[in-house]
Design a protein around this ligand. Structure first.
Ligand SMILES: [Zn+2]
Length: 472
């Protein structure tokens, strides 16, 4: 096997790097390869947007799935919505390599490839159930049905975290006495999900090994969503009691998987990280949180915690954050430093590893982290080594809307670092945004700021269009 991709939704780089003693197998990959935090799509984007960008090498606005909805159908994306000759499984198949996908997000219905795609979508939320694609059972296309004889069982049924009503409270009741939430949230809050995580990974482990013996592939890609599911409910715990246990479970899985499959190269990655709502709005008064956070009305806010009640039944304390983890390890990779790595580069890096020419309309770069044994094919795609230019964006509307503009600018300008010129009371909120490198209060003079470029943001609320007008 030339490459094993281990895709773990929302695995946070900080959790891994701060707890390497809990994950010796992952630590070995990190020590022997090249790894780091990289920028995923978050504000206004969902996990599916990110994973489809990895399969296609295209940005969400180009492949068409934004916020987990395919724009032409306004429903959860199907593989048929974006699949074409350059999708990673097709381009690799075309070059006579075999691929095997295991439960990749948004790979249902499974496509015909050189190898196989085991599909079936996870679904852990209390809304948006899509019967056509959600399945705990493996889904294979007709001419691959014979593989089912080597696949045992199905994914286990997910547990649900305790909801307010299970604690005997109502949202209105807690709004009047918010401190109660601090006592409800024990570090072990959603611990029962650990057993589910372990069984879910075990389903993959046993079957990936047994199918690889019958039908070996060159690229195997597995995905699991449970870490993200747990993290959404556990981010209030700054000691990460449950998430550390999840990391250890994941590490044992990775150790066994690598031991059995013995791949030449390994790519461990997540699509983004997780942060608690409190980290995003640090040490701020309720008043400022309510001004700066569009969903504050649905939250219980205390000095210690911000808990969102809504999208799922349980007490949500975390949301997706910009930085996912990425680690390239194996014979084709050296120990090097990643710079300015983004989601769309993943596709380019995989094609480069397989010595395949990257289609010219892909904007992703490759980074020269390859070992001497690998001669680089796509030299023109090597990321330019230029320092980021500082630019100033003038805050021209309230924070949650302005964050949208920052996100657009960030996506469009890969070689610029963003400074915000805005209302002083929101300094901490902007500084907690990982896309922002610095802040200037708007009572100081432009001429005192060392910045080559200054942009006014024009946000047309009728057309939703955002323009950046250069004023210096
Ligand atoms: Zn995700």
């Amino acid at each position: 096997m030339k490459l094993l991709v281990i895709g773990i939704d929302a695995l946070m780089p900080e959790l891994v790097y701060n707890n390497l003693d809990l994950c010796p197998n992952i630590a070995r990959l990190i020590e022997t390869g090249t790894s780091g935090a990289y920028s995923g799509y978050i504000y206004g984007h969902g996990s599916r947007d990110n994973w489809i960008s990895m399969y296609t090498g295209l940005e969400p606005e180009v492949h068409g799935t934004v916020l987990n909805r395919f724009k032409e159908t306004n429903r959860m994306p199907r593989s048929t919505d974006y699949n074409d000759e350059n999708t990673i499984w097709n381009i690799i198949s075309k070059h006579h390599y075999k691929v095997g996908f295991w439960k990749g997000l948004s790979t249902t219905p499974p496509q015909s490839v050189n190898g196989y795609i085991v599909a079936g979508e996870p679904h852990y939320e209390n809304e948006g159930y899509d019967a056509e694609i959600v399945s705990r059972k493996p889904i294979l296309i007709d001419d691959k049905q014979y593989l089912l004889q080597f696949i045992k069982g199905e994914e286990p049924i997910h547990p649900e975290p305790k909801a307010l009503k299970d604690f005997g409270y109502t949202f209105e009741g807690l709004k009047g006495n918010p401190q109660l939430i601090d006592n409800l949230l024990e570090p072990s809050y959603f611990e029962e999900a650990l057993d589910f995580f372990e069984k879910n990974l075990d389903f993959r482990l046993q079957n990936m090994i047994s199918v690889q013996k019958k039908e070996p592939v060159d690229l195997m890609w597995m995905y699991d969503a449970v870490f993200d599911y747990i993290a959404h409910f556990q981010m209030f715990d700054t000691g990460h009691q449950v998430l550390k246990k999840a990391l250890s479970i994941l590490d044992k899985f990775i150790g066994k998987l690598i031991g059995e499959l013995n791949p030449k190269n390994i790519l461990l990655l997540s699509d983004h990280g997780q942060k608690s709502y409190r980290e995003i709005f640090p040490d701020l008064s309720n008043e400022i949180v309510e001004e700066a956070f569009g969903l504050a009305k649905q939250c219980i806010i205390t000095k210690q915690n911000i808990v969102l009640i809504g999208r799922m039944e349980g007490l949500l304390s975390g949301l997706h954050s910009l930085n996912g983890i990425i680690c390239f390890s194996g014979e084709a990779f050296a120990q090097a430093k990643l710079q300015n790595f983004r989601t769309i580069d993943i596709y380019s890096m995989i094609l480069e590893l397989f010595n395949i020419e990257i289609p010219s309309n892909r904007k992703g770069y490759i980074q020269n982290i390859f070992s001497k044994e690998h001669a680089i094919k796509n030299k023109a795609k090597i990321i330019p080594n230029c320092p980021k230019q500082p630019v100033l964006l003038i805050q021209s509307e309230e924070v949650s809307e302005f964050n949208r503009a920052i996100n657009e600018f960030y996506k469009q300008n890969r070689f610029k670092s963003i400074y915000v010129y805005g209302e002083k009371r929101y300094k901490e909120v902007f500084l907690a945004n990982d896309q922002v490198d610095g802040f200037y209060p708007n009572d100081i003079n432009f001429s005192d700021i060392d910045c080559h470029e200054i942009y006014a943001v024009y946000h047309n609320h009728v057309t939703k269009n955002i323009q950046f007008i250069r004023v210096r």
